[in-house]
Design a protein around this ligand. Structure first.
Ligand SMILES: Nc1nc(=O)c2c([nH]1)NC[C@@H]1CN(c3ccc(C(=O)N[C@@H](CCC(=O)O)C(=O)O)cc3)C=[N+]21
Length: 282
């Protein structure tokens, strides 16, 4: 078993970005991410601090807009409009989930598509579907970069994706298909999920259930990408029962230290891309 380490891929992604960041700086431009957080979730705040530290090291700005848990949808929209129109803000990330008085799909449609570093706006999601240049959602994009980093061939492989979310399951399925994998998507209503998963050369676990994947669900020598983030007894754990599968797989992403780390690197990539886009420069 070999670990697929997020920091190894992230290092190369950031190295490649350095030239772009320096070039922008010479033009007086600094990529600038604004993360919008509604409420006081400690996990959200911790995540944003991690993003800020990682960005600042590379000379990229990341600021937080903290809004009250009880903010109305109209007020939220007027805050978003300000960010959409602020020339100094290159990228906007609205931390999900939002409180229930705010209609998430309505809000996502109101993000300036050129600042949509998450790639969640329907215009960007549609471009991904038809294979056009766009903001690719950070988590799936990072997973592809991770496979590339470790020279893992995707073409012709059987890939099984557990989960069908707009944020991970659907986009990673499209990206794997684009790389010529044969993709099967499983979800809560799938019959024989074990049987299907255990035929996977590449298995993506993005169901949001701790320890969902055990050795009975993985093929000998499989490549396993674990997207899960769960806090169990104060420790970060994934969707895969790591100890149980580790001797059966060829490669696996650890949690922490796997997919999450590349997610942040791709967020930086998308923020630099947004800065170029909104300033109409290369
Ligand atoms: N609009 C939106 N976009 C997001 O991308 C988004 C979101 N909302 N809401 C919350 C989730 C969560 N998420 C994480 C990304 C990286 C790590 C990460 O880097 N984790 C480290 C753990 C570091 C630690 O705490 O030890 C790791 O896995 O190694 C974690 C969580 C992005 N999210």
């Amino acid at each position: 078993m070999q670990l697929l380490e997020g920091k190894v891929a992230a290092k190369h992604i950031k190295q490649n970005l350095k030239e772009d960041i320096d070039l922008l700086k010479k033009k007086g431009l600094v990529p600038n991410l604004r993360v919008v957080i509604v409420g006081n979730s400690p996990a959200s705040l911790a995540y944003v601090n991690m993003v800020r530290k990682s960005f600042n090291k590379e000379g990229v700005n990341a600021d937080v807009l903290k809004l009250d848990e009880s903010i109305s949808e109209d007020q939220f929209i007027s805050e978003l409009e300000k960010l959409n129109n602020d020339n100094k803000v290159s990228g906007i990330l609205i931390q999900l989930p939002l409180p229930k008085q705010i209609n998430t799909s309505k809000i996502i449609k109101l993000i300036n598509p050129n600042k949509d570093v998450d790639g969640f706006h329907p215009l960007n999601a549609g471009k991904l579907l038809i294979g056009e240049d766009t903001f690719i959602p950070c988590t799936p994009y990072g997973m592809i970069k991770m496979l590339e980093e470790y020279d893992i061939d995707i073409e012709g492989k059987n890939a099984v994706v557990l989960g069908r979310s707009n944020i991970v399951g659907k986009p990673i399925s499209l990206l794997l298909m684009e790389k010529n994998a044969t993709v099967t998507i499983c979800h809560s209503r799938t019959k024989n999920i074990k049987e299907i998963a255990s035929k996977a050369d590449i298995l993506v676990a993005a169901i949001g259930k701790h320890n969902f994947v055990d050795e009975s669900m993985v093929k000998e020598g499989a490549i396993v990408l674990d997207v899960g983030i769960h806090v169990v007894d104060g420790k970060l754990k994934g969707d895969v029962d790591f100890e149980n599968v580790k001797n059966k797989v060829s490669y696996i992403t650890p949690v922490p230290g796997g997919v999450g780390t590349t997610t942040i690197a791709m967020l930086m990539y998308n923020t630099v891309k947004a800065c170029k886009l909104i300033n109409k420069t290369n």
